[in-house]
Design a protein around this ligand. Structure first.
Ligand code: 13P
Ligand code: SF4
Length: 392
């Protein structure tokens, strides 16, 4: 049996890798603010014991959710780990927990707030844990696009679909226009449902998930998809293009998955004969097309669990998850698809000092970093989220 702890190769560090990490203000992030409290020092050797003690003191009052891209130092304290779909379901299924500590990013915590009861509070240990993809669709821009579609007389045919990775007000827009939220686990089911309701989909904000699902899973042509650029007048599209399109894709993408290229796939295939390339659908179309398998983070985890001993895998998703999987499966050769480090810097903002701080604040009777969505937005967004949870 091969011991991968000795064959796992850490990708090279790059100046970009941890760009937004730390405690400072990040004006470009979805919700960039300073941490209001005194964080324990990362070097404090007692952090693990402090987190354990605080969790124990809180008992069933607290429930900790951890997205798969979280650091190991944080994920060890998660009561449940999952992709964004599973975490939304789990948040909705915990009515007894007074506090949901969400180790993930802002849009996930917003969805948890929408799906949980009025008396429950959702806490994001670092408010600067936003998402660059969610930032790429701002409500005013989306409403401008919709007005343009109204002027063209095509809104009756369009079903808006937003990826979970969007702000609550975008989900609210989708809810009030009879659309649905999707995640990378159920994008095809959401699109199947949408095309039963109308003949066109307006897909926000991840162009890659929209295109990959429509073309690779549903048999659409690339020509059926157009790219709406919010920074160009009329999205940079002619009226005819908009009238003919089946999929109107918003020009947004994930800055982490967008870094994998066709060259990364070619390079690993040359270097490791017989390697299986497994990628997340947020990757670019040409990368997903060149891969052997594509799926959400939950799918990636299950595919690697089921893989035969001795098989080789190059995985195109966030590095914390890939490293964890490589170390969990020493009988398989699991490597990172790219040679360079590729963390989600905003996910990484939730570190052990922030988690300890948030838990200890709760023990002290203070409730820090509460994520609250206003009632009207929450109601409209819930319509779109419930539609997702009800998908066949
Ligand atoms: P999933 O959790 O739906 O796989 O999405 C990955 C991601 O980018 C989360 O931010
Ligand atoms: Fe956003 Fe991409 Fe990070 Fe997910 S991995 S939170 S989509 S930037």
């Amino acid at each position: 049996m091969r011991d991968v702890t000795s064959t796992w190769t850490e990708p090279q560090n790059t100046p970009l890798a941890l760009l937004l990490l730390g405690q400072g203000t990040d004006p470009a992030s979805e919700r960039g603010v300073d941490c209001p409290g005194d964080l324990p020092a990362p070097s404090d050797p007692g952090l693990v014991a402090r987190a354990r003690a605080a969790k124990e003191a809180l008992g069933s009052r607290v429930f900790v959710l951890g997205h798969h891209y979280q650091r190991d130092e944080v994920i060890q304290f998660a009561d449940v780990t999952g992709d964004s779909f599973k975490l939304a379901q789990q948040a909705a299924a915990r009515p007894e927990a007074e506090f949901i500590v969400f180790c993930g990013v802002h849009f996930m915590a917003e969805s948890a707030d929408i799906l949980t009861g009025k008396d429950q509070r959702v806490i994001l240990p670092d408010l600067a844990a936003g998402c660059s993809m969610a930032d790429m669709a701002v409500l005013g821009q989306v409403e401008t696009a919709w007005e343009h579609f109204q002027d063209l007389g095509i809104t009756d045919q369009i079903v808006p679909v937003t990826y979970m990775n969007s702000s609550a007000d975008i989900k609210g827009f989708v809810g009030r226009n009879s659309g649905v939220v999707c995640t990378s686990s159920n994008a095809k089911r959401a699109l199947d449902w949408s095309f039963e309701q109308g003949s066109k989909v307006f897909f926000l904000p991840d162009q890659h998930l929209g295109r990959n699902t429509a073309v690779l899973e549903m048999g659409f042509d690339l020509d059926d998809c157009v790219l709406y650029d919010p920074h160009k007048p009329k999205g940079g599209l002619t009226d005819e293009q908009l009238r003919d399109a089946r999929m109107i894709l918003w020009r947004g993408h994930c800055s982490v998955h967008g870094r994998f290229t066709l060259d990364s796939v070619r390079e690993v295939r040359e270097r490791v004969p017989g390697v299986n390339v497994l990628v997340h659908p947020e990757c670019r179309h040409e990368v997903v097309r060149a891969a052997d398998y594509v799926g959400s983070t939950e799918y990636i985890i299950k595919a690697l669990e089921a893989a035969p001993a001795g098989s080789s895998w190059a995985v195109g998703t966030e590095l914390n998850l890939v490293r964890r999987l490589a170390l969990a499966h020493p009988d398989k050769q699991i490597m990172f698809l790219d040679r360079a480090v590729c963390y989600c810097s905003t996910m990484n903002r939730i570190d052990l000092p922030h988690l300890v701080w948030a838990l200890e604040e709760l023990v002290a009777g203070r409730v820090p970093n509460v994520i609250t969505v206003d009632e009207k937005t929450a109601h409209e967004a819930r319509v779109a989220l419930d539609q997702m949870l009800a998908l066949p």
